[in-house]
Design a protein around this ligand. Structure first.
Ligand SMILES: [Zn+2]
Length: 43
């Protein structure tokens, strides 16, 4: 079961799916590829 791990290891730097900025702080929550700015529900 290492296939999926290899897949993620080979991924390039994450980019926000909304604004396209590089994601510095990787999070393990369900939001996935969204940066901190876009992750704020109040904005
Ligand atoms: Zn963003």
């Amino acid at each position: 079961m290492t296939g999926i791990i290899e897949f993620f290891k080979n991924l390039p730097k994450k980019k926000c799916a909304k604004c396209g900025n590089a994601i510095v702080n990787e999070k393990a929550d369900c939001y996935g590829n969204i940066c901190d700015d876009c992750d704020y529900p109040g904005r």
